[in-house]
Design a protein around this ligand. Structure first.
Ligand code: ADE
Length: 302
């Protein structure tokens, strides 16, 4: 993975060439949402590492196991518990009727359920968590290859449909606009994914460019940048994982399953939630096929 138009020095090239000649033995799978991660964890019978390699107190979760000749590590940035501290004051009950008391009990119970849910937190989606957990996982686990898997929005005008699984050819950001020469390119951060022509052909996956931003919706500014990025799919982590993969020279591939059509009629959040479960099954199947294909192969065989 290299920024467009930039080369790497000779020592680095020699190191990469060395890695490319050996069968891939260790894969790091980076997945942002629990709903997306657990089917993969279960499929490969991965177990949560009780001795997490991550700093004490962070929500990041590390699952690991072996499959065929591969060491599999899956990291999920976990839940953000920031919403768990909302308090709901309970009024005095001395002077209220039985009906009111019943209503109060029901509403308190509903609030308690909400509270418990909030305590459990919300998936740490987005670029910040993705880059942090990817960095820490590479440092701790030294993988040969990263697979960033997850759901995405898709553009029907570029050939995407619900449930399609894409292997991204390029990744870039669409919400880092810095209109100053050279800073503009840094902001967009366009990178090429590691080339995997055999994988694409064998698994019959679709391919296209991936654009990343920290919002599920799409503002007019985002839309213009996504068009400039020539993107077919849109997510909230890919380009951040690509940045770290480039920084630490670990090749990465991006497997993205389409939950919603960005240029369609349905509201994005509604369509996303409606399709999340079924599309997650398609994602899980594609990740399994990708890992099966990688087993016993070198990077250059992909
Ligand atoms: N993940 C799933 N759908 C998405 C969308 N429309 N934008 C960003 N990330 C997504």
């Amino acid at each position: 993975m290299a920024p467009h138009g930039e080369g790497s020095d000779a020592a680095e090239e020699a190191m990469v060439a060395q890695v490319e000649k050996h069968p891939i033995s260790s894969i790091l799978i980076v997945i942002a949402m629990q709903t997306e991660a657990l089917p993969v964890v279960n499929k490969f019978q991965l177990t949560e590492n009780p001795h997490s390699p991550f700093p004490k107190g962070v929500p990041w979760v590390h699952y690991h196991g072996t499959y065929k000749d591969l060491t599999l590590n899956l990291v999920w940035p976990g839940k953000d518990s920031a919403l768990g501290s909302i308090s709901h004051p309970i009024p005095k009950v001395s002077s209220i009727s039985y009906m009111k008391m019943l209503n109060l009990l029901v509403s308190t119970w509903v609030k308690c359920i909400r509270h418990v849910k909030a305590d459990m937190g919300v998936d740490s989606v987005g670029t910040i968590s993705a880059s942090l957990v990817t960095y820490a996982a590479i440092q701790a686990l030294q993988p040969d290859l990263i697979i960033n898997a997850g759901t995405s929005g898709g553009f029907k005008a570029k050939g995407a449909g619900i449930g399609d699984v894409f292997l991204a050819s390029h990744v870039a950001f669409h919400d880092r606009r810095i209109p100053i020469p050279v800073f503009d390119l840094y902001g967009v951060g366009s990178r090429q994914a590691v080339s995997t022509p055999n994988l694409l052909k064998e698994l019959n996956l679709k391919t296209g460019k991936l654009s990343t931003g920290d919002s599920l919706d799409m503002s007019p500014h985002d839309e213009a940048s996504i068009t400039a990025n020539d993107a077919t799919v849109k997510d909230m982590e890919g380009a951040a994982v690509a940045y770290v993969s480039d920084l630490l020279k670990v090749p990465a591939i991006f497997v993205k399953a389409v939950t919603d059509i960005v240029d369609g009629e349905k509201p994005t959040a509604e369509e996303f939630l409606q399709n999340l479960a079924s599309v997650t099954a398609a994602l899980d199947q594609a990740v399994t096929q990708v890992i099966d294909f990688i087993s016993g192969k070198c990077l250059t065989d992909l």
